[in-house]
Design a protein around this ligand. Structure first.
Ligand code: NIG
Ligand code: FE
Length: 390
């Protein structure tokens, strides 16, 4: 296997507190990394680096672990430009818009869906994302949900069954029968293709009891829970996530003090998705409140055609720093190590010997520039599983 030395890194975020400056970012200056095949073989000061087969000169730029985007909805067809335009003219966002994408997705061929996933993933990779999760949820029939998961699984191991995105329009008169379908035949067909199960727990989607039944059925089939919780209103989602030991409660925009306490005490990551608040002109989630209480926060894109049509983690970092009370260091940790925690992974989101060789080199002297220079394409090079992708 070929080894590659990346040297002359002015500032390296490792997310390994045992390294560097002793902060959670484990910041090293004048650093080098050696990649061996798909993994990292060595990390440390450039002047102590061992020899390697090949050398890449970072020319004094900053490097970070590749972003871990732990929440996206990439298997869909069509877009919702008109709905976005209407929202920007004052109309409110509602879960009902999901039906537009369900119709377009059902009508699409496998090839069209595959081409969309490939396109949005390539966008994300160019912006530094090396690990991503993605969900079904725009099929809402056994056939279409299983098809979405099979397509997603060609691109990532982090696949989530979201048959409970909304009640299928075919079951509008009988939501209980839809829950029966999701927890029965649909789950049986989908579980082999997924690692996670998710529910949109919200008014107009699924209530706490339905969400509990769906996630419990998923657990019994070997899937691990994560929840769309407390996005549009206060509700039971966050507490349910903690109760069921979900890896993540996602959105967390409307939280009571009891919700914040539950997240601080439990093992569930609070995943914040500022692209959604941006694109729905909604109130920002209060990251500062969660961090001060001791909760673990992840930052992800929620990339989907309705509420957050961005694949850019750097954009989400800039929003989180500007509007959610996060420091640049916290936001970068949350978009890398935080995302890894939300997926219960220890091999990504960190630059440490043995971890996956996933890193992004920035056209900047420091990771802080990701927030300081919003909207600027600072990701210069990306290595994914040891391969330079550009
Ligand atoms: O995470 N909240 C539910 N699902 C998506 C939105 C889906 C859509 O509007 O198409 C979200 O924001
Ligand atoms: Fe989502």
């Amino acid at each position: 296997m070929t080894t590659t030395l990346i040297t002359n890194i002015a500032s390296l975020v490792t997310n390994d507190p045992a390294q560097g400056d002793g902060t959670p970012l484990g910041l090293l200056t004048d650093a080098a990394v050696v990649l061996d095949g798909e993994n990292i073989a060595w990390v440390g000061p450039a002047d102590k680096a061992p020899a390697a087969d090949e050398t890449y000169d970072a020319e004094g730029r900053a490097a970070i672990p590749g972003f871990v985007d732990s929440h996206s909805h990439l298997v869909f067809a069509g877009d919702r430009t008109q709905e976005f335009n209407a929202r920007m003219s004052g109309r409110a966002y509602s879960a009902g818009g999901i039906r537009t994408t369900v119709a377009a997705t059902r009508a699409a061929t496998d090839e069209e869906l595959e081409a969309n996933v490939t396109r949005y993933l390539a966008e994300a990779l160019r912006q530094g994302t090396t690990t991503f999760e993605t969900k079904s949820g725009y099929g809402l029939t056994t056939h279409d949900e299983a098809r979405a998961l099979r397509i997603a699984a060609r691109h990532t191991d982090e696949v989530t069954f979201l048959g409970a995105h909304i009640v299928s329009p075919d079951y509008a008169e009988d939501p209980a029968a839809y829950v029966e379908l999701v927890t029965g035949e649909m789950l049986d067909a989908c579980a082999p293709h997924a690692r996670w199960i998710d529910v949109f727990c919200e008014k107009g989607a699924f209530d706490g009891d339905q969400a509990r039944a769906i996630l419990t059925a998923g657990k019994a089939k070997g899937l691990h829970p994560r929840i769309h919780a407390n996005q549009l209103s206060y509700g039971p989602g966050v507490q349910l996530a903690v109760e069921l030991d979900a890896a993540s409660a996602d959105h967390c925009t409307h939280l009571t003090d009891a919700d914040v306490d539950a997240l601080a005490q439990g093992n569930t990551v609070a995943t914040l998705l500022p692209g959604a608040e941006f694109s729905t002109r909604a109130e920002w989630p209060d990251a500062r409140r969660l961090l001060d209480a001791g909760a673990t926060v992840a930052l992800s894109t929620d990339c989907n055609p309705g509420s957050s049509f961005t694949s850019s983690v750097p954009f989400c970092i800039a929003l989180a720093v500007r509007d959610m009370g996060m420091t640049p260091d916290e936001a970068i940790w949350s978009a890398t190590a935080g995302g890894a925690k939300a997926l219960r992974r220890t091999d990504v989101g960190v630059i440490r010997e043995g971890a996956r060789a996933d890193l992004a080199l920035l056209d900047a002297p420091s990771h802080v520039h990701l927030a300081y220079r919003p909207g600027v394409p600072l990701v210069a090079e990306v290595w994914q599983r040891g391969t330079r992708t550009s």
